[in-house]
Ligand binder design. Sequence first.
Ligand code: PRX
Length: 655
Amino acid sequence: MDERDVVAGGDTDDSHGSRVPPPQGFLEQATVTEDPRPSFENNWPACWSAAGDLLEWDDPYDAVLEDGEPPFYDWFPGGTLNAAYNCLDRHLHAGRKNRAAIHWEGKDGERRTYTYRDLYVEVNEFAAGLRSLGVEEDDVVTIYLPMVPELPIAMLACARIGAPHSVVFAGLSASALATRIEAAGSAYLVTCDGYYRRGDAFNQQRKAENAVLSVDHDVETVVVDRLGEALPHVLGRDQHDYDTLVEAHAGETITPVPRESNDMLFVMYTSGTTGEPKGVVHGTGGYLAYVAWTARTVLDVTPEDTYWCAADIGWITGHSYIVYGPLALGTTTVLYEGTPDYPDRDRLWELIERLAVDIFYTAPTAVRAFMKWGTEYPSRHDLSSLRLLGTVGEPINPRAWQWYYDHIGGGECPIVDTWWQTETGGMAISTIPGVDDMHPGAAGKPLPGIGVDVVGPDGTAVEAGQTGYLTLTRPWPGMAKTLYSGDDRFLQEYWLAHSVPEAGDWRYGSGDAARVDEDGYITILGRADDVLTLAGQRFSTMEIESAIVGVEGVAEAAVVVGPEGDDVHAYVSLEGGTEPSAALEQSVLDRVELSIGRFARPRRVVFTPELPKTRSGKIMRRLLEDVTNGKPLGDTSALRNPEIVGEIRSTIDQE
Ligand code: PRX
């Protein structure tokens, strides 16, 4: 595979920086200073009791791993536990009830702090409320909320009563929500009246209502009052007010429902290479143990810390490293509703200073934006409380890495570049900050107990320094259990042995392209399939393109990411007899917003007579990406219509 076949998630044009050892100040207090990898290797899979032992079990597990038919494995079989108990009750028993669990910062400067005791009380009351609506163990509850405290509260309330949650990112459209409600057969929805983004108030309830209308079954809806007077909400049929429900159950406690370790904790819909989202199912014991263990080992989270993962809970990063990992460890987690540039571009740094944040975890696209805004913003604030920085979601190029290290970390905080996916549940490749040197641009080595092979199309490992497909060679506790739509698709999507028998018995195909260097460090090169990363989250090109093709008069469409890293550029060819027009462009934009969400609206729509295609008819998106990003064109010899690329380039240049 040629590196250029990859849909790049970051810069590949600057070479790797030199190795950077862990800063001395960090080493003096790091939680993990000895490499656990050798002992994990010698003692696999029993080594994973190190993760299992971070939890409190109702019934102890019989074994760490039960061999099943690959890829279906049971972690900590026989063990029973409750995730909400592990994130709340046990911290109260440990005398930590007055410790802050969540610091919430609203978009307009509103603040709320929940101690572990406060969170315990509200989770119990809402759990009782959900039960009163008829929610039973194993019923899927859909949660469609922005970054408000009621979001983690609802998740934990579900976990407490053994009802799996399906959190849908609040920015997704009504139609995307309806697809997910339908796919999960979910009869309960928790949403809100609306929310703020930058200066605007968005009506969320209307989107939720439109989704519910288009679903075949009845859906009971709970509505959180986020906007108060700004948007008085009226409740319709099958709708319940969150505050009234919680008040009706004031002071009630619910005994946590013991779940078998492999019972479902949640389903999270994510994009595949086709338009249809995949419901990735995570279990309870293995998942919770893994996110707690990785938060401790890689992010160095301790119960004394104030920790901030600036992601959205609507995606896996927020599930694992805003909610479950940090709360299982009893730390203080920051929940931030706003954006980094409102009211000013120093908003994050002001928050870090005021809350004395110890650990900060974000996406490289955010770091690149901070870099563009300049050092004046972080330099207004005292960031010396920071001890560790992290990134996730896409490769971080060495220049952005260095800027983050110097200007946010003050040269004293290690950076962990953590590679993982919705399906892995938690981090799988990263440096361990008190152990490994950092290598800007390369994520790091496989974490303890994780096996990685970079393989060619025939499934055999490629040599060091060569590009191939990133595969995982062993199960790990955080791995997805299956897809909600069934085991068959799970097997076909991920288990390489299924499609490439030479790959051996057990091989998870990540869909990413990567390279292993001589020293065992892994550089992630981006997706090897038609998936693009928007603000650190995964979307299939096909999802966006099929929305565009739904517009009357459009024949074909191809989308790529532009220089900002999260700006979608759409190339559209029209049916004979249809002429490009401003109205058509508007229809394209509206259609993407309607079927996916506002954040996926193309920044630019370019009408072109044809799209560049290979002789076999495959759209060559990488050439469109080169054109979009003003890069020299790659090899066009495989094209059936090479002249079109030049035409597209001159169209863009004229605009
Ligand atoms: O392409 C990889 C990229 O994000 C994909 C996973 O997307 P998602 O399931 O939405 O989860 C995002 C947050 C975990 C991967 O297949 N990715 C994730 N982390 C990195 C990365 N690419 C490069 N470096 C990373 N550290």
